[in-house]
Design a protein around this ligand. Structure first.
Ligand code: SF4
Length: 175
C-alpha cells in the first residue's frame, strides 16, 4: 500500500536526496525548536520543572530552552493558579511574545480555576489568552506536559507557513 508523506526519499538517487516542500521543512524546523516561557504560578510549576529534568528530558523535543524573556519564547506554559493579581502581567508577557505563539494551560487551575471558586482566582486562563492545549489533573504529571508539547508540534506541522507569509505580503502590497 502506498502511503502519503511530507518527505520523499529514494536511496537509488545519487547523493541521498530527500525531497520535501518548503512549508514542510519550515514546519519541521519550527516544531522541533519550540522554546517555552515557563509561567510557573503555583504547585504545577514543580511538575513542569520535573519535565525538564533528566528523567523526562524535554530536550528530546527541542524544548529544553526555557526562556524567561517573552522576546525569545514562543510557547507559554501556564502552570498554576492564575489570580487576578497575576493575570495582568501574564497577559502583558503574552502580548510581548512574537508571533507565531502558542499557549498550554497546565493543570486544573490554569484550565478552569480548579478548586478555587473564589473572587481572587481567574476561572481559566483562556479568559485572557487563547489556549491551544489544556492539560487536566491536579497536578498533571510531567509526561502530560510532553504530551501537550507533542500536540503543539502536531498543530505547528499542519500550519501553512510559506503560503500564509506570501498571502500576508500580498495583502500588504494591496493596501
Ligand atoms: S492544579 Fe493542583 S497542583 Fe496545579 S496549581 Fe492547581 S492546586 Fe496546584
Amino acid at each position: 500500500m502506498q502511503t502519503q508523506s511530507e518527505y520523499g526519499y529514494n536511496s537509488k538517487v545519487e547523493g541521498d536526496v530527500v525531497l520535501t516542500t518548503v512549508d514542510a521543512a519550515l514546519a519541521w524546523f519550527r516544531k522541533n525548536s519550540v522554546w517555552p516561557m515557563p509561567m510557573g504560578l503555583a504547585c504545577c510549576a514543580i511538575e513542569l520543572m520535573a519535565a525538564g529534568a533528566s528523567r523526562f528530558d524535554i530536550s528530546r523535543f527541542g524544548s529544553e530552552v526555557m526562556r524567561f524573556s517573552p522576546r525569545q519564547a514562543d510557547c507559554m506554559i501556564v502552570a498554576g493558579t492564575v489570580t487576578y493579581k497575576s493575570a495582568g502581567f501574564l497577559k502583558r508577557i503574552y502580548d510581548q511574545m512574537a508571533e507565531p505563539k502558542w499557549v498550554i494551560a497546565m493543570g486544573a487551575c490554569a484550565s478552569t480555576g480548579g478548586m478555587y471558586r473564589s473572587y481572587a482566582v481567574l476561572q481559566g486562563v483562556d479568559k485572557i489568552v487563547p489556549v491551544d492545549v489544556y492539560i487536566g489533573g491536579c497536578p498533571p504529571r510531567p509526561e502530560a506536559v510532553l504530551d501537550a508539547l507533542m500536540k503543539i508540534q502536531k498543530k505547528i506541522g499542519t500550519q501553512p507557513i510559506l503560503r500564509k507569509t506570501v498571502l500576508a505580503n500580498a495583502l500588504k502590497l494591496n493596501d
